[in-house]
Design a protein around this ligand. Structure first.
Ligand SMILES: NCc1[nH]cc(CCC(=O)O)c1CC(=O)O
Length: 304
């Protein structure tokens, strides 16, 4: 095992933490590794909402190119940032055991939700779910990595900002003044880390396979199937969570209109033995239940 596995990562604190976790796990199994941080397009364009950029894989593209060019062997991503269709030649090499899946609101003082509030989020999914629950509130866009967003919140007069709990926990910046949004359905694969490799790179794939956490891989697979079937390549307010209970998977999926007023949801239980294709089946049910018209409306609004 003399070959060094070069691990590509974005250079944010969270991305580096995640890449180092993969590095430590590989080294614990006797592999030699090297971290290669790169800047992604998503980290360089910070003045526009993500969904307006109209680029899928804005956080993953730079690393995909580095891997195809052979400057890195594997790349570590927050799985929820990875488009459901991987570039040709790139494959999933490992899904690590999932951390917290929840969204949280970080706020300054205890908010009174009965009053008008301003909630910062750059995510269509979080915006729609917040406005569905609190129609008299408003949302405002926020961009940047986790630390930047915490600073922007501190300097603002907003009520709070929404984060993935996993991200703040990982880099140890979860403030006391936060509330877990247990009613909000997370993004597909939120809280999971994905390692990708080149299909023909058997050495890296064999190494990474040892880090794979089967239940997380199955749950995130179902959530991403749901996403892929619903969205058809377009960004939309979609949430999905599959949870592992011994030999059963419990699944919740939801599609919202952009203003949060329309909600199409599904809740199902499936045995692990029948889990293949289950995410797709759930998405088809949502589409048949008014989702087709809703997705068409969202696509038209997003063009403007
Ligand atoms: N969209 C950015 C992003 N991608 C992954 C995480 C956090 C870690 C995770 O959800 O796995 C975050 C930050 C956030 O949503 O607050």
């Amino acid at each position: 095992m003399s070959k060094v596995i070069r691990i590509g990562t974005r250079d944010s604190e969270l991305a580096l933490w995640q890449a180092k976790t993969v590095q430590n796990q590989l080294e614990a199994r006797g592999y030699k590794t090297e971290l290669v941080p790169v800047k992604s397009t998503g980290d360089l364009i910070l003045d526009k909402p993500l969904y307006e950029l109209g680029i899928t894989g804005i956080f993953t593209k730079t690393l995909d190119v580095a891997m195809i060019n052979g400057t890195v062997d594997i790349a570590v991503h927050s799985m929820k940032d990875v488009p459901t269709a991987l570039p040709f030649g790139i494959v999933q090499a490992a899904v690590l055991e999932r951390a917290s899946t929840e969204d949280i609101l970080v706020h300054k003082e205890n908010p009174d939700y009965k009053k008008p509030c301003t909630i910062a989020t750059g995510s269509l999914r979080r915006q729609a779910q917040w406005l569905n629950r609190y129609p008299h509130h408003q949302t405002t866009d926020i961009r940047g990595n986790v630390n930047t967003r915490l600073q922007k919140l501190a300097a603002s007069d907003w009520t709070g900002a929404i984060f993935a709990k996993a991200g703040l926990e990982r880099i140890n910046v979860l403030p006391d003044n936060h509330e877990v949004l247990d009613w909000m359905i997370p993004a597909p694969a939120q809280g999971a880390m994905l390692v990708v490799a080149m299909e023909e790179d058997n050495f890296s794939r064999t190494a990474c396979a040892k880090l794979n956490h089967e239940p997380t891989a199955l749950c995130t697979h179902i959530e991403r199937e749901f996403l892929k079937t619903l969205e058809g390549g377009c960004t939309a307010p979609i949430g999905a969570l599959a949870e592992d209970f011994d030999d059963e998977i419990r699944f919740q999926g939801v599609l919202f209109s952009l203003d949060g007023q329309t909600k199409i949801e599904i809740e199902r239980v499936v045995s692990k033995a029948n889990a293949v294709g289950f995410g797709t089946d759930c998405a088809l049910e949502v589409l048949d239940n008014g989702g087709r018209e809703l997705m068409k409306e969202i696509k038209e609004k997003m063009k403007k």
